[in-house]
Design a binder for this molecule. Structure first.
Ligand code: ADP
Ligand code: ADP
Length: 236
């Protein structure tokens, strides 16, 4: 369980996230909605410690995330996998290697540098690609795939981390409706079948309504709505 207590993040004079207080239970599928600049991606980045809060605390299963260091921090960053709007694959590397890169947080730096993956890891990577229905692209360069395919590779890479939480920052904002549906269906399926918590920023309310069992609305850094889709009227 993830607890966010009185979290504020400032960038200079600008308060990007303001006094956010949230508890997220394991297995929830949470959609965060709000205008551009509302603080959604800052909130996600604080959860996995890409950046730190200016004030407040974030804890997971009772452990203070901002106090984690070294191996414990690597473990946490493996436990919460990130998915980005622009996929963040390495375009020149093949798809299979991109998925295997999801394992790197498990390893010592020396092994990372040696770039050795075990047979078991390769099998798992292929299985993750099969789960996303793109195993046929395994040997192609990631940069040659369509956006929808690349996002599915990014989800496969996230699964390689065996995460407890997937944090997705506008995962479908660069995709056409058909690919957006495939990607959201995949995230929902992973949430339902594996019980992985999914927290995703979305720019359209309709998507959040269709897929999420909890919607958090943000405006100017603050949480202005938090509830099931049924509780939403027409605001936000
Ligand atoms: P959203 O994801 O809802 O579009 P962001 O979290 O990206 O919102 O941004 C919230 C506010 O914080 C915006 O005003 C943005 O310009 C600012 N901000 C975000 N990241 C930085 C940064 N690294 N440095 C300075 N300001 C930032
Ligand atoms: P989003 O798609 O979430 O709105 P942005 O386009 O606001 O993201 O931000 C893209 C990148 O620029 C992020 O790394 C963010 O931290 C950074 N950033 C956003 N706003 C600012 C800012 N005002 N000053 C410096 N960096 C910023």
């Amino acid at each position: 369980m993830l607890e966010i207590r009185q979290v504020t993040r400032r960038f200079g004079q600008n308060t990007a996230v303001r006094d956010v207080e949230l508890e997220i239970e394991q297995g929830q599928m949470v959609g965060i909605i709000g205008r551009s600049g509302a603080g959604k991606s800052t909130l996600l980045r604080m959860i996995n410690r890409l950046i730190d809060p200016s004030e407040g605390s974030i804890s997971f299963q009772g452990k203070e995330v901002s106090a984690l260091k070294g191996a414990e921090l690597r473990r946490w960053q493996r436990d919460c996998a990130m998915i980005f709007q622009q996929f963040n694959l390495v375009p020149r590397l093949d798809v299979l290697t991109n998925v295997l890169l999801g394992r790197l947080n498990h390893r010592s730096t020396v092994l990372n540098l040696m770039n050795m993956f075990t047979r078991e890891e390769r099998i798992r990577a292929i299985a993750a690609l099969e789960r996303l229905d793109i195993a046929q692209t395994a040997l192609q360069r990631a940069g040659t795939l369509s956006g929808g395919q690349q996002q599915r590779v990014a989800i496969a890479r996230a699964l390689m981390q065996e995460p407890k939480v997937i944090l997705a920052d506008e995962p479908i904002a660069s995709l056409d409706p058909l690919n957006a549906k495939v990607v959201m269906d995949s995230l929902a399926d992973i949430n339902a079948r594996e019980g992985i918590t999914v927290i995703t920023n979305l720019h359209t309310l309709d998507t959040a309504r269709a897929y999420c069992n909890r919607i958090i609305g943000m405006a100017k850094g603050a949480v202005v709505f938090d509830g099931p889709p049924e509780a939403l009227t027409s605001e936000a």
